[in-house]
Design a protein around this ligand. Structure first.
Ligand SMILES: NC(=O)c1ccc[n+]([C@@H]2O[C@H](COP(=O)([O-])OP(=O)(O)OC[C@H]3O[C@@H](n4cnc5c(N)ncnc54)[C@H](OP(=O)(O)O)[C@@H]3O)[C@@H](O)[C@H]2O)c1
Length: 250
């Protein structure tokens, strides 16, 4: 395949594991200079090694504005511009209505909503006109899951950001799209499902509900992110692309 991202500067937040790591590898494999973030230094160091190519790791919590500033200071010093932002950092935990705490609400919205908002806003001064932004939403943006309302609300917010930001960025010809993975086999998902045999059992059960008959792999989400970020998607703007084996289409 042609290297669609040769000489491009790409930001992947939450690039140390799962979907972000697979996507960072795919961008680097197509010639991009990639910046990845994550909060854990050890995971960041391992991911930098795993991605290879022209990759830079910047440790930071995307829910903290000072950490986002440090990321873009590093980009400014090294390249002075950005072509693609994949605002992907995030995660969630189960909490049913009745047991939701302020801390649960705050930490989920900080990582998933505040983090995405300021990752994008603070990238704008460095972004080239005609660039591309991809936001990680989720099938939960349009479907319900027991004890997962706060997380799901954050992902609905992300979908809404994409719809609105295409208007704010219209004059700069910057496209914004949301990617909505279904059940995808990552460290984050396995932890959410209790790890080990319990997680395997839950994934097997969910696979039976998915028309494709299986859960997704992070590399499958990465391919769709690269498509949306590339010129192959030059007339695709403001959409939510479900990559879920058909789960929320039935
Ligand atoms: N896996 C699924 O089934 C699925 C489905 C739909 C949507 N998603 C979404 O896809 C994205 C990636 O999830 P994943 O499954 O790949 O999870 P993962 O394996 O846990 O990876 C999450 C990544 O984000 C980083 N991260 C989390 N919060 C962060 C923060 N506040 N600041 C900076 N980095 C942060 C993590 O590193 P640190 O922990 O070191 O910070 C890690 O690199 C998330 O937005 C998730 O909601 C996942």
């Amino acid at each position: 395949m042609a290297a669609r991202f040769e000489n491009k500067v790409v930001i992947v937040t939450g690039g140390t594991s799962g979907i972000g790591l697979a996507t960072a590898k795919a961008f680097a494999g197509e010639g991009a200079s990639v910046f990845i973030t994550g909060r854990r230094q050890e995971a960041l160091d391992a991911a930098v090694k795993a991605v290879g190519g022209r990759v830079t790791g910047v440790r930071g919590d995307m829910g903290k504005l000072a950490d986002i500033d440090r990321l873009y200071d590093a980009v400014q010093q090294k390249h002075g511009h950005i072509d693609v932002v994949f605002a992907n950092a995030g995660g969630g935990e189960f909490a049913a209505l009745g047991s939701i705490t302020e801390e649960h609400y705050q930490s989920t919205f900080d990582s998933n909503v505040k983090g995405v908002l300021f990752t994008v806003q603070k990238a704008l001064p460095l972004m080239r006109d005609g660039g591309s932004i991809v936001l990680t939403s989720s099938t939960t943006s349009i479907s319900g899951t027991p004890a997962f309302s706060v997380y799901s609300a954050t992902k609905a917010a992300i979908r809404s950001f994409a719809r609105n930001w295409i208007l704010d960025l219209k004059d700069r010809h910057i496209r914004v799209n949301a990617i909505s993975p279904g059940v995808t086999d990552t460290a984050g998902l396995n932890e959410l499902f209790g790890g080990g045999a319990q997680a395997e059992g839950t994934k097997d059960y969910l696979a039976g509900l998915i028309p494709a008959g299986r859960v997704g792999q992070p590399e499958e989400i990465a391919k769709a992110v690269l498509f949306l970020a590339s010129d192959d998607a030059s007339f695709i703007n403001g959409v939510e692309l479900f990559v879920d084996g058909g789960q929320v289409q039935i």
